[in-house]
Design a protein around this ligand. Structure first.
Ligand code: SME
Length: 160
C-alpha cells in the first residue's frame, strides 16, 4: 500500500516531500503509463486548489492526452496551441494567472482559471510530455510552484 500524506508547513518543504515521494513511486518501474498515472494521482492528492492534474504526451509531434486526474479533457493539442502547446513548442514552463486572457487557450473545464504547464524533456533534448496543472483559483501558481514542478518534471524525464 502506498500512503503518502504530505502535509507541509511551507511550499519548499511540500515540493521537497512531493519530489521524494515521486522518486520512490517511479523507482525501478520502467512503464511510462504506470509512472504517469501514479504521478498524476500523487500530485492530485497532494496539491491544494487544483481541478486537473495530468499529462499530454508527445506522439509524433502532437500532444495526446495521457494519464490524469480531473474531468475528461480534450484529447489532441497541436504544438503552439493553447498553454500546453506553448510549453511544448518553446520547451519552457508556462505559468498563466488567468487562462481567459491567454490567446488560444483551450477550455476543457470552464472552472479552470489559472494553469501551470511544465515540459518534460529527455536527455536527447526532445519533448517527452508536458505536465499540466489547472486551478479554479486565479493566480494559483507562483514561482515556487513552478520551481517545484520543474523538479518533478526532471524526475519524470528519467521515468518516462
Ligand atoms: N487548458 C489547456 C488544455 C488542457 S486542459 O486544461 C486539461 C491548454 O490551453 O493548453
Amino acid at each position: 500500500m502506498y500512503d503518502f500524506k504530505i502535509a507541509a508547513a511551507d511550499k519548499a518543504t511540500l515540493y521537497r516531500d512531493l519530489a521524494s515521494a515521486l522518486d520512490g513511486l517511479v523507482a525501478g518501474e520502467p512503464d511510462p503509463v504506470a509512472n504517469m498515472a501514479n504521478a498524476a494521482a500523487l500530485i492530485w492528492e497532494t496539491l491544494p486548489e487544483i481541478n486537473w492534474a495530468g499529462f499530454y504526451r508527445n506522439v509524433g509531434g502532437e500532444l495526446v492526452l495521457g494519464p490524469f486526474q480531473g474531468r475528461p479533457a480534450c484529447i489532441r493539442i497541436a504544438f503552439g496551441q493553447g498553454v500546453c502547446g506553448a510549453a511544448a513548442a518553446s520547451l519552457q514552463p508556462q505559468r498563466v494567472d488567468d487562462v481567459h486572457a491567454f490567446p488560444g487557450h483551450i477550455a476543457c473545464d470552464s472552472a479552470s482559471v489559472s494553469e501551470l504547464v511544465v515540459p518534460i524533456v529527455g536527455a536527447d533534448g526532445e519533448l517527452i510530455a508536458v505536465l499540466d496543472l489547472d486551478s479554479p483559483a486565479r493566480a494559483r501558481f507562483d514561482a515556487d510552484d513552478e520551481a517545484g514542478c520543474v523538479k518533478l518534471a526532471e524526475i519524470l524525464a528519467k521515468a518516462l
